[in-house]
Design a protein around this ligand. Sequence first.
Ligand code: GLN
Length: 566
Amino acid sequence: MSGVGKGTATASIGRILKEHGFSVTAVKIDPYINYDAGTLRPTEHGEVWVTDDGGEIDQDLGNYERFLDIDIPRKNNITTGQIYKEIIDRERKGEFLGQTVQFIPHVPEEIKRRIKEAAQYTEQGASRYHDFVLLEIGGTVGDYENLPFLFATKSLEVEIGRENVCHILVTYMPIPSHISEMKTKPTQQAIRTLNEAGIFPDFVLCRATRPLDDVRKKKIETYANIPSDRIISAPDIKTIYEIPLNFEKERLGKKILERFGLQPRKVPDWNRWNKFVSRIENPSSRITIAIVGKYVDIGDYALADSYISVNQALEHAGAAADAGVDIKWVDSKLFEKDRSRLQELKNYSGIIIPGGFGSSGVEGKIAAIKFARENDVPFLGLCYGLQLAVIEAARSIGMDGANTTEVDGKTKYPVIDVLPAQKQILQQHLYGGSMRLGAYAAVLENSRVLDLYKRSRLSKDKERITKLSADKTQLFRLGILNKAKNVILERHRHRYEVNPKFARPLEKSGLVFSGHHLRTDKTKLMEFIELPKHRFFIGTQAHPEFKSRLGDPAPLFLGFVEACRE
Ligand code: GLN
C-alpha cells in the first residue's frame, strides 16, 4: 500500500547496488491519470519534486536522487496519463493507420518503450544503458490501475529473459494491538495476487514496526514458496538512511547479485554513510527549528510530507554539522489570529519559511519574518519565503501595502510580480507554461551566500557547467549566457519574481541582492537576498532543498543549521 516505504526501499536497493560497483537508475511508475504531479494536492500526495530538466514529479524521485547521488531526469517518472496521451496522440497523427488501437498490445508496448528509454543515458554523445534499472510500481497489488504495469513488466521479463529481471515485493506486516502478534496473512495474499499476474517475487521485503522473526519467515516460505533467506526484514527505523545498512545486514546486495549471476565489482564502503547515520541518530548537539507554513488537514490527519525535501535537507545539514534537528511545524495562520503568539518563536533556534502558493496564511508568514529580522533569529526563506521577506523589507521602509500580485493584484507596490512576457502566457491560460521550472543558473556576488557556496557546491557546479560547454542548447536553457564567474545551479518552481523596478529602492532597507539570473532578454532576476548585519538572514528564489544529499548538504541549509547551533 502507499506510504509503506516502497520508495525508500527502492532507493536503498539502488544505493546498495551502486556500492557494489554498478551503475544504477530508478524509475517511478504512478498509476494515476494526471500527466504529472504538478497539479496534485501536496497535502495528499506529499511534495512535488522538481527535476533539473523541469519535471514536476512524485517525491519518490527525490529519494532516488538523495540515495543514489545522481540527477534523475523527468523521463524516469511514468504515469498512466502519459502512456495513454502518447498512444492517443500517435493515433491522431495517423501512426497506427489501419490498426485497431487496443489495450493489448499497445499499452504494455508503450510502457516498455518508456522503461527502456529511462534505462538509457548519453555519455560523450553515445547512448548507453545503466547496469540496473529499478522500477518502482506505485499502488497496491490487485489495484485495477496498476495491472497494465504489472502486465508490462511480465512482458519485459519474457522479452529480455527471466535471468535479467528480479521482482521484489514490499509488503506490510500489521501487528494488531489487541493481539500483539505480527500477521503474515496480508503478505501471503499479496504474493498470491501477484502470482495471478504471472509474477513470482524473488524477494519479499517485510515492512513492520518490529523486525521479522524466523517463525514468520518460515511461515511465508511454507505458504508462498519463497526461501526464507529471501524474505527480508524491514523494521521501522529512526532515519531512512539506515535502511540500506539494515538490508545489508541480511546481505541483500549479494543475494540480488547472485540472483542475476553477478559478482560484486567492488567491496562496498559504508564508512562515510555510517558516520552520517550515527550523527543523525546520536548528535552531539540539538536545535529546534520552526517551519512556518500553511498546513491543511485531511480529515483528522495533517501530512508532514508536504515539505519532505526541506526536512531531508535539514537532516543532511544536521549530519554534516553534527547537530540533531528537531522540526516544529508552525501554522502561520496562528499568528494572524493572535499576534501575541509570535513570542512563541523565541523558543526556536531558527525559522524557515518554505515555498508556497496563494494568499492563505501569507500575513502570518510575513509577521514571522519580521520577528526573525527584528530579533536576530536565523532565518532561511525558500522561494515564497524570499518573496515574502522582500515584501516585509518593503513595508519596513514605508511602502505600505507592498505585496505580491499573487495576493493583491492592485497593490501600489507590486514588489513581487509576474514578468510582462509571462503575463501573455497567463492570459492564454497556459498556467504550466508560465512557471520557471527546473535548474537555472545564478551568478553570485561577493556575499555570505557566495561564501557558503564556495565551501562545497561552487566547484561541483563549475565542473558540471564545463562538462556542458559543448551543449549550447543546455547552456541556453540554464541561462549561462556568458563566461561569468561564480555560477551555481539550483532548481526552481515558481511563477512570480522580484520586480526588477524595486530592486534598487529596496536596498535602502539593508537588503542585499547577492545573486541573479540573467535572462536572454537581459532582465536580471533576483535569486538571493541577505541582510549582512543579521546573524543569518538569507532568502533564495530557488529550492536548494532539491539538490541536498547526505554527505553533500545544500550550502544554505548547512549555513543556516550552523547559525542556529551557535
Ligand atoms: N507562489 C510563488 C510563485 O509562484 C512561490 C512559489 C514557491 O514557493 N514554490 O512565484
